[in-house]
Design a protein. Structure first.
Lengths: 415, 346
């Protein structure tokens, strides 16, 4: 499997027609974009706004953030199983717009906000920890057609975010890429440690619904652990579930564990593959996933080490830890990424698992820490009397503060 | 002027050796021993206002009385900063410094810094509560240690955040937000590679060792007991009258079930964002088993069901908050005469 990524760097955004990408300026044809999204009868109207990365802007009620991408080869194989039919992903050529995000705002269903200016931590201005704050944003605000609610609306929003991203990426037709990268797991020295990535796709503490596309369009409701190629993860074969993942589509497309393991493949390690599984509700389901995932890591991928990420909230810590613990029992070394729930200034940790073997754990920060954001000059998607005012929020409300796939830099120190 | 007081044991306070260890506390106006070194380190706006000296054995044998006496002696000095010790590896002296530091911080709100050697048993006893500078084994490093203690005290007074490695004190383990240099993914792969190579690595999250709670003794017969239903699954009356948060609740509520046989689904909702609560909304007894409890009451298996059920939301709750909620609920139930609790979680 060989994936060629062609990167186009976006320096600025402008409205205009036709949609083009020229000398780093992405011209957005708002009418064409609206029309593309309103092919879905569940969407009654769409508003489009452009945000420059340097604006003092706050975007509220964010449903999803997507990196605009489209398949060049095979053409049309975008987000297989969701936007297109079930086709191969991870192979061929994919165009990627860098420096820009397609951001979907929906007062119903949007749960997090993004402040482009970094917050204050303990009253001092912080450096930005939020990857989405450094991007230009093409913001779309869809309005549901009468009677479209709940899961149906969330499906419409997911499809709109993917479709809009493809639409933007196609504006660059005929242009030359600024950079290229080829992702292929070439055979490497036998001496390098074999490293697997164990990726929890979803936690069924918030069960997925019929039609919710996660793995090639499947809703992974009864997914048993399986192995995928890392290219499938980042090239549209995988999508976040509607709920509970604490990672927008952008974070899946740019899965930082996959990127890091690729970067070190052949140099410091041998990236042997990705085990995907879901966190379950019932003990037998959990035990089955624990056995099968750890067996795949140890006996099919023959891994010496494995990196673990989780999804959802508290309970899926246990699913992750059980698999990691059994991997360690089988002689596979592990490291894990978790977010913490400790309060600021507290000394007592709370963790949902405990094992002496799980001794390499990276912190995503605590969901209870508060930031203060300065007043914003521009607010998109806000409501209430003064949505642009200075306000405090916890890290779990701020879009990019905690990326469970490892893309964020927020953490906890103990002093 | 920033007023500085030094606490010393009988030895450093020059009352004598072990033969003077039973001496009760007293204040010396003139600087003695380490106090003389300290005066040389002060800045123009700082004043040395006294030395409090107490025998190690006196403090160890009468900790409460000694601490109270020290507090009474220090209060009139109106200190802004108290430096205690350093105690190096002296166990009794270390405990005295730690005990006094904790009380002074709490009672007078004064900035206290002490200093000890890593193996001093008082380090583990007090480092969470008190800033303890890491010292060498012996008094040879006295001057440097005092300088560090004074520097940290000044920073604390200015509200600066101390970092254990940078500032040379024992980590208090207090959680603070920070921004790491590299994304979590990079750190996770790097820590794994170190582990695979047998190189040293350090986890960012140390899994807690939980205090072992002894199981309470069996109640035996419940036929004469008042029994309450308690849940952390977030069942609340429709409208959530107490605004119990759906995540890491800080509040708990009591809800009347006197005379009620059943919980009607339309009368209740769930304030909990961490589980699929459709089944509870369909039938609240799946979380708060009033139906079964009433049957047991009728059958005489329990004496009587308490007239209210207690509810809160446990989801992702910091332990310190959970412990407070638990204590408050237990105190309430005990006051109400409840003798047994059926605790249902999710």
């Amino acid at each position: 499997m060989r994936l060629q990524l062609q990167f186009h760097d976006i320096q600025s955004l402008a409205f205009g027609s036709p949609a083009t990408l020229d000398a780093g300026t992405l011209t957005v044809d708002a009418d064409a974009l609206r029309a593309a999204l309103m092919t879905d009868p569940r969407i009654a109207d769409v508003e489009v706004q452009l945000v420059d990365a340097h604006e003092n802007c706050r975007i509220m009620s964010i449903y999803d953030v997507v990196q605009p991408r489209c398949k060049i080869e095979p053409a049309g194989a975008d987000y297989p199983g969701a936007l297109s039919g079930v086709r191969a992903s991870g192979d061929g050529i994919t165009r990627v717009l860098r420096g820009v995000a397609l951001t979907v705002v929906a007062p119903i269903g949007g749960r997090r906000f993004l402040n482009l200016r970094p917050p204050h931590l303990r009253d001092t201005a912080s450096q930005s920890f939020d990857r989405y704050a450094g991007l230009h944003h093409v913001v779309v605000l869809p309005t549901p057609a009468d009677g479209v609610t709940g899961d149906d609306w969330r499906n419409a929003l997911r499809m709109a975010s993917l479709r809009a991203g493809v639409h933007l990426a196609q504006s660059a037709d005929g242009g030359t890429a600024d950079a290229e990268e080829v992702l292929e797991l070439q055979p490497v020295s036998e001496d390098l440690p074999r490293v697997a990535y164990v990726y929890q796709l979803h936690s069924h503490q918030m069960p997925t619904v019929p039609g919710e596309p996660v793995l090639y369009g499947d809703n992974v409701r009864y997914l048993l652990p399986t192995i995928v190629h890392p290219n499938e993860v980042i090239d549209g074969g995988l999508l976040p579930s509607y709920n509970g993942s604490v990672a927008p589509t952008y974070a899946v497309q740019n899965n930082d564990i996959v990127k890091k393991l690729y970067a070190l493949h052949g140099k410091e390690l041998n990236f042997v593959g990705v085990v995907v599984y879901v966190a379950n509700q019932l003990p037998a389901e959990r035990d089955r996933a624990t056995l099968m995932a750890s067996n795949l890591v140890k006996y099919t991928l023959n891994a010496d080490g494995a990196v673990f990420t989780k999804s959802g909230g508290g309970a899926p810590n246990v699913d992750m830890a059980l698999i990691a613990d059994r991997c360690e029992e089988l002689g596979v070394k592990t490291s894990l990424i978790v977010w913490e729930t400790i309060g600021e200034g507290d000394t007592e940790d709370s963790s949902l698992f405990n094992s002496d073997r799980l001794d390499a754990i990276v912190s995503l920060g605590s969901s209870h820490f508060q930031f203060t954001f300065d007043a914003a000059e521009r607010v998109i998607g806000g409501s209430g009397p003064d949505p642009g005012s200075e306000f405090a929020a916890t890290s779990s409300q701020s879009l990019g503060a905690i990326d469970q796939l490892g893309g964020s830099r927020f953490t906890v120190i103990r002093h | 002027m920033v007023r500085i007081v030094l606490y010393l044991n009988q030895f450093f306070g020059q009352l004598g050796g072990e033969e003077a260890a039973a001496e009760p506390p007293r204040v010396l106006a003139a600087p003695v021993g380490p106090g003389r070194a300290l005066t040389g380190l002060l800045e123009a706006d700082e004043a040395f206002v006294g030395t409090l000296v107490c025998g190690d054995s006196y403090f160890a044998d009468h900790p409460d009385a000694a601490a109270a006496a020290c507090l009474d002696l220090i209060r009139p000095l109106e200190p802004d900063i108290v430096l205690a010790g350093p105690a190096f590896n002296a166990g009794r002296y270390g405990v005295a410094c730690g005990t006094l530091a904790e009380i002074l911080q709490r009672e007078l709100g004064v900035t206290v810094v002490t200093g000890m050697y890593a193996e001093n048993p008082a380090v583990e006893l007090y480092r969470k509560q008190v800033v303890i500078v890491q010292t060498g084994l012996s008094a040879a490093t006295m001057r440097d240690t005092l300088r560090t203690m004074l520097t940290l005290a000044r920073k604390l007074r200015r509200g600066e955040t101390l970092m254990p490695e940078e500032h040379g004190y024992f980590s208090q383990g207090r959680a603070m937000p920070a921004i790491a240099e590299k994304p979590a993914a990079d750190r996770a792969v790097e820590i794994l590679l170190a582990k695979l190579r047998g190189e040293p690595y350090r986890t960012e999250v140390v899994l807690p060792t939980f205090r072992r709670n002894a199981a309470p003794s069996r109640l035996g017969d419940l036929r004469d007991k008042l029994v309450a239903l308690v849940t952390d699954g977030g069942l609340v009356p429709a409208g959530n009258p107490d605004n119990i948060e759906s995540f890491a609740a800080t509040r708990w509520g009591t809800y009347d079930i006197a005379g009620a046989e059943r919980l009607a689904p339309e009368d209740y909702e769930v304030s909990h964002g961490g589980y699929d609560n459709r089944f509870v909304r369909q039938d609240p007894h799946r979380l708060v088993p009033l139906d079964a409890a009433r049957q047991m009451e009728r059958d005489g298996q329990i004496g009587r069901l308490f007239d209210k059920f207690v509810s809160t939301t446990g989801l992702s709750n910091p332990i310190e908050n959970s412990r407070r909620l638990g204590r408050e609920i237990a105190e309430y139930l005990r006051q109400q005469g409840v003798q047994a609790v059926i605790l249902t979680s999710t």
